[in-house]
Design a binder for this molecule. Structure first.
Ligand code: ADP
Length: 170
């Protein structure tokens, strides 16, 4: 396949949330195939290893029945990864105006590095647009129930890692 309808969705996913899953569902419906790209080395020390973050995404994607989505790790330049997997589209989610400045800068920088790669922004449902991995980690750390914010596999792992309630089913 030429890769024209393949999109990558990069991020830290520390851990995957229902916000990410909303974007992944929309992406799967709009592109032939989607590669969720888990950034191995983030600036901040992640709570979960890259392997754990991948496993949680894989479980959540399988559970959602999204057959045209796969998960891959990556490090280094995003545009190099896009070229390696022959994707011409990078997807990002826009939650609020606060995301915009950083995302615009990244999109323009990536365009300078790889003009053939287009960044496309997807808008999540308003019921999940307030969710962020950072706040989920914080709530879990403080013992709050995150089961309405993240897939079951992620709340179970948060519970094991931080001793928060998992909300039941795992
Ligand atoms: P990064 O460290 O690259 O921002 P994240 O895992 O935090 O990685 O986010 C990955 C992508 O998902 C980003 O484009 C981010 O804006 C988007 N995203 C995160 N949470 C949500 C949400 N609740 N709704 C929509 N998009 C989201």
């Amino acid at each position: 396949m030429s890769g024209a309808r393949r999109a990558i969705y990069p991020g830290s996913f520390d851990p995957v949330t229902f916000g990410h899953m909303d974007i992944i569902r929309r992406a799967a419906a709009s592109f032939d195939d989607v590669v969720v790209a888990v950034l191995r080395n983030t600036n901040k020390a992640p709570l979960f290893s890259a392997e754990e973050r991948r496993e949680m995404l894989e479980e959540a994607i399988a559970e959602a029945g999204l057959g045209n989505v796969r998960v891959s790790g990556f490090e280094g330049l995003l545009v190099d990864f896009a070229r390696n997997v022959e994707a011409k589209v990078v997807l990002r989610g826009l939650r609020a105006v606060s995301d915009f400045e950083y995302e615009l800068q990244m999109a323009l920088l990536n365009r300078r590095l790889a003009p053939e790669v287009e960044t496309i922004f997807l808008v999540p449902g308003e019921d999940v647009s307030f969710i962020s991995s950072r706040l989920v980690r914080e709530i879990a750390r403080l013992g709050g129930d995150v089961s309405s914010l993240v897939p079951a596999c992620a709340s179970a792992r948060l519970a094991r890692r931080l001793g928060a309630p998992s909300g039941g089913n795992e």
